[in-house]
Design a protein. Structure first.
Length: 319
């Protein structure tokens, strides 16, 4: 196998991307002639012509072999270069993780505790966001992401860690529906706290709660589960939220598991070229073990409606 020269490959990639030797030279901070020399040396290694640069012409064109090589490099090369730059700039390894705020806040701490025991010298940088995760990985600003969305991006591979179902969450003083089948009619006329337009959990909630094309009245839309739960805690309305965001200390709200709602996956995604990275592999295994266990255990705090005792029975039991 012929040794790969990163400098020559980067020069070719930037020249093909920019369309001129001059632009590639500016980005690399080298001379026009150096760019031309790098391309010529790469062509000698490949054994074929890659670039056609006519004398006096400002732009270049790629040969069929050059086009094929550029298309092979294009999906991941920018991200790889950015990752290499980040590693060189740091004195110790860094893993950059992006995810929704609620996953970080409620689920990630036990994973990070276990990861730190295994890799005390690795820094974890968390980005709490749910949008543009593929773009951030593509641009090299993220290495790993946790998300409920499947992006179908060739630069990022995704694997399912676990599933969960949303739970019905409402103020503690509200009467609960008699059973799961009664939830949509129970919701009509009651104020709904949900996620901002476009979010998957909002779409799922509105579809699940619709009765004869009539939907519950949305009074507050927010971007995070923690904010939605805070509004329920204040008595502003009810919500369908991940059961794992309910704490044992949330005494002003009540929750009920909904076994007839769609299962929602949580995906572990990483830049494709990092899939064999030992730290990424370790983090993935811990998410499979620790995060999935947290989702299950925290979700069990919400009991199904049919398993609940009537309020009067609970009072008699307490006395």
């Amino acid at each position: 196998m012929q040794e790969v020269n990163l400098t020559l490959t980067q020069t070719f990639f930037l020249a093909a991307q920019e369309g001129t030797y001059s632009a590639a030279a500016r980005r690399l901070n080298i001379s026009y002639q150096s760019v031309a020399n790098h391309i010529r040396r790469l062509e000698q290694r490949v054994g074929e012509k890659l670039v056609v640069a006519k004398r006096g012409a400002k732009s270049i064109s790629l040969t069929p072999r050059g086009t094929s090589l550029y298309r092979l490099l294009e999906p991941e090369f920018d991200a790889m270069l950015a990752r290499l730059g980040s590693m060189i700039d740091k004195e110790r390894p860094v893993i950059r993780i992006g995810m929704p705020q609620a996953i970080f806040f409620y689920l990630l701490a036990p994973v990070l505790t276990a990861f730190r025991r295994l890799h005390p010298n690795v820094e974890i940088v968390g980005y709490e966001r749910d949008v543009s995760l593929p773009e951030l990985i593509y641009s090299g600003r993220l290495d790993v992401c946790l998300s409920e969305r499947y992006f179908g991006n060739t630069v990022m591979s995704q694997r399912v860690i676990c599933h969960y179902r949303p739970a019905l969450v409402c103020p503690a003083g509200w009467p609960l529906p008699a059973n799961e089948a009664a939830v949509p009619k129970w919701a009509l006329g009651r104020p709904l706290i949900t996620y901002e337009p476009g979010q998957m959990l909002r779409n799922m909630a509105l579809e699940y709660l619709s009765v004869d094309n009539e939907q519950p009245r949305v009074v507050v839309s927010t971007s995070t589960s923690a904010s939605a739960k805070r509004c329920v805690d204040e008595g502003l309305g009810f919500a369908l939220l991940p059961a794992w965001c309910i704490e044992e200390t949330d005494d002003r709200i009540q929750c009920a598991a909904l076994t007839n709602t769609p299962k929602i996956p949580i995906y572990f995604g990483e830049a494709t070229y990092l899939r064999s990275n030992p730290y990424v592999q370790s983090l993935y295994k811990l998410c499979l073990e620790v995060l999935a266990k947290s989702v299950e255990e925290r979700g069990n705090r919400c009991k199904p409606l049919k398993a609940r005792k009537p309020a009067a029975s609970r009072k008699r039991a307490a006395s």
